[in-house]
Write a protein that binds this ligand. Structure first.
Ligand code: SF4
Ligand code: SF4
Length: 364
């Protein structure tokens, strides 16, 4: 099937990257290496118009993200606007800028859910990888406030070579803090994480341990806490269905208003991604060349074109294909059927590195 404009379904969710400002400096951050400055951020009127257009287009969920979305002083008004449109609102946050009063105001404005990230279970390595003293303690305190406020809490546990040995304790901590859902997410190797891959990529033995830890935790916490598990696709036989397929379910809006099919897409050269300041969201979704570029299966090369998995994984991730092969139209090298799969094998054989490049504006 090729997703034609006529058959096109509305997007399920809009990821609103309100800002790239963030007090933390995680070296696996999913933001691009070229961060958008505060001066270039969309104003509130534009964001409110975009949210209104999203609701009209059929979007059901809006995820307020960043950077750190609480760095925007107008976050409350944006949440209120989105909730007033009937959108399900989720705040994806590091939590370090939240307190009881702000959480109460967000809940009052109609916020439906909070996704709070944790870098570790122990304070020293957690604070070190975020390059923020006191981050871990602050996050635990904020988790308690979220639960006390009655907001559903998802704990997002980002894992990699340096903290996987403490995964069981991280899950215990998150469950103890009252998270209804825990997402164990291996770092995904784009942008900052790709730059730090040799320092973060787990070994196969670590991955197998992590699989066992997650299985055991799922059994122990069954009926109380849901655990989602995002595995590192470098060890998979087939790629993930990135964003459930290009331009099929998600729209990502950058802080400066660029509309993307996924957060790393602007690394792909030769595609003019549309701006919400110049075109409506429905025009962007239904008619833009950028969203049509890798939608469906017509663009696919072999071996994807004749593969029975092509509408399951949609050929994998275009940004990963670009990052590893230099060509976004190639089959994702993660796939063992891909002509470029040796690149993954080479990365797995790379010697481990200790030093990290932290996410900072001045490193761009
Ligand atoms: S991953 Fe870390 S640095 Fe990036 S936005 Fe989230 S908290 Fe900030
Ligand atoms: S060949 Fe393409 S469609 Fe088939 S499994 Fe690999 S990436 Fe997916």
């Amino acid at each position: 099937m090729t997703a034609s404009a006529a058959a096109l379904e509305p997007p399920l969710a809009l990821l609103a990257e309100l800002t790239h400002r963030c007090p933390l400096q995680c070296p696996y951050c999913s933001n691009p290496r070229a961060l958008v400055t505060r001066a270039a951020e969309l104003d509130i009127a534009t964001w409110q118009r975009v949210l209104t257009e999203a609701a009209k287009l059929g979007v059901l969920q809006v995820h307020f993200s960043g950077g750190e979305p609480t760095a925007r002083r107008d976050l409350l008004d944006l949440v209120r606007h989105a909730a007033g449109l009937g959108l399900y609102t989720n705040l994806i946050t590091s939590g370090v800028q939240l307190d009881r009063a702000r959480l109460a105001a967000l809940a009052d404005a109609g916020l439906d859910h909070i996704q709070l990230s944790f870098q570790d279970v122990d304070d020293a390595p957690g604070d070190a990888i975020a390059a923020y003293d006191g981050a871990q303690a602050k996050k635990r305190a904020v988790a308690a406030l979220v639960v006390a406020q009655g907001l559903p809490l998802t704990a997002n546990l980002v894992v990699h070579r340096r903290n996987l040995g403490r995964l069981a304790a991280m899950i215990d901590m998150a469950a103890g803090l009252g998270a209804a859902r825990i997402e164990v997410a291996h770092a995904q190797y784009y942008g900052w994480a790709l730059a730090n891959r040799a320092a973060l990529l787990p070994t196969r033995a670590q991955l197998e341990d992590a699989d066992r830890v997650v299985d055991a935790a799922r059994a122990t916490l069954k009926g109380k806490v849901v655990i989602d598990y995002v595995t590192p696709d470098y060890y998979a036989r087939r790629p993930k269905a990135c964003m459930s397929g290009w331009g099929r379910r998600f729209i990502n809006i950058t802080p400066e208003g660029k509309a993307l099919p996924c957060h790393a897409a602007e690394t792909i050269p030769g595609i003019a991604f549309p701006f919400v300041t110049r075109e409506s969201l429905s025009t962007i979704w239904q008619s833009s060349a950028a969203f049509a570029r890798f939608r469906g299966t017509a663009w696919m090369p072999e071996p994807c074109r004749s593969c029975d998995q092509r509408e399951v994984d949609w050929g994998g991730c275009r940004c990963q294909a670009l990052a590893l092969t230099g060509d976004a139209t190639r089959t994702d090298p993660v796939c063992t059927l891909a002509p470029d799969h040796t690149l993954i094998e080479a990365a797995l054989a790379d010697p481990a590195r200790e030093e990290l490049t932290f996410r900072r504006f001045e490193r761009v």
